[in-house]
Design a binder for this molecule. Structure first.
Ligand code: ATP
Length: 228
């Protein structure tokens, strides 16, 4: 008999929920910020930690250095009391695996239930992640729609098998998947990098406070000064 996550033992005491939004953030943009804000509201998260990855295992190396990407995250969320720029992956040597990040959150925040926030494109890639099945031992996952991405094959089955309703996350320790509808913003860091490379405006795609630092980083990249 298959027991679904929805049938797992429940706690009667509700735990506070902590959101974790990992990403390359090369650079952070309004798509990331709306994702975090809408998931925070929908799940009543106590806070959302933005965790830039140092050496993303699944993709080409970022154009901006880790400290630049972290600095942009810090600037973008500085006025939001519920958002935290979290450099823990930059302090760890070597490749950043999300499973290790989730373990470090579990050690630091044992009273919270952790919720890993993913856009649908990232959720689709989950079966390629290092020790991905272990992620469910350490956190729930909140997956949000993203223009151009739909749950496919293995992850559609995962979603059906592990699906929980938002109010269940505080009473079950980990292992559930919640699907959330958020405002569709077809914004990507790839398109922003292309615009910056071409000298085009990225206003209204990123927070205004990032326009000057981004321009400075990219003009250093052009002149070969930016060596990370
Ligand atoms: P790139 O274009 O370089 O691949 P990206 O814009 O996808 O970057 P990431 O830093 O790779 O940004 O994304 C971090 C997380 O944010 C992922 O889970 C991704 O799915 C999610 N995300 C990014 N942009 C959006 C968006 N516009 N809508 C919903 N989710 C998003």
């Amino acid at each position: 008999m298959v027991i679904s996550v929805a049938d797992a033992p429940v706690n009667h005491v509700k735990a506070p929920l902590l959101g974790i939004l990992g990403g390359t953030f090369d650079p952070i943009h309004l798509g990331h910020l709306r994702l975090a804000e809408e998931v925070r509201e929908a799940l009543d998260l106590a806070a959302v930690h933005f965790v830039p990855s140092a050496v993303p295992p699944h993709r080409p190396q970022p154009s901006l250095g880790p400290q630049q990407r972290l600095a942009l995250v810090q600037a973008a969320i500085a006025d939001h009391p519920g958002f935290i720029a979290d450099g823990r992956e930059l302090e760890r040597a070597g490749v950043s695996y999300t499973v290790d990040t989730l373990k470090s959150f579990a050690a630091e925040f044992p009273e919270h239930h952790r919720v890993l926030i993913l856009g649908m494109d990232a959720f689709n890639g989950l079966p390629q992640w290092h020790r991905w099945q272990e992620l469910f031992d350490w956190a729930h996952i909140a997956v949000a729609n993203r223009p151009g991405a739909a749950a496919t094959g293995e992850v559609a089955a995962l979603l059906a098998e592990r699906r929980l309703q938002p109010e269940q996350l505080a009473r079950q320790r980990a292992g559930g998947v919640v699907a959330l509808e958020i405002t569709r913003l077809d914004i990507s860091a790839t398109a922003i990098r292309a615009a910056l490379d071409a000298g085009r405006s990225v206003r209204y795609l990123v927070p205004d406070c990032l326009l000057n630092p981004l321009q400075a980083y990219y003009s250093d990249l052009d002149s070969g000064l930016n060596t990370h």
